[in-house]
Design a protein around this ligand. Sequence first.
Ligand SMILES: [Zn+2]
Length: 76
Amino acid sequence: MRCLVCKADSMIESKCTYFAQLDNCYVIIENVPCYKCNQCGEVVYTASVIEKIEGILDKAQNIASKIFIMDYTNAA
Ligand SMILES: [Zn+2]
């Protein structure tokens, strides 16, 4: 898989922490599967992962908490 940023063919499967700032809270999702560039550190998520993240963000917005931290592997 080729990196969109540095064009190196060095994207590897990895796990990372997704951070989002919503209107009234912060959401941190740990252990999100992603592809990470060995060369420049760029992180790319697959479409299905992005879909799931959006679902998690929707849920998080309904929970009146300032900071919301969850584990991707437990979010199904
Ligand atoms: Zn790169």
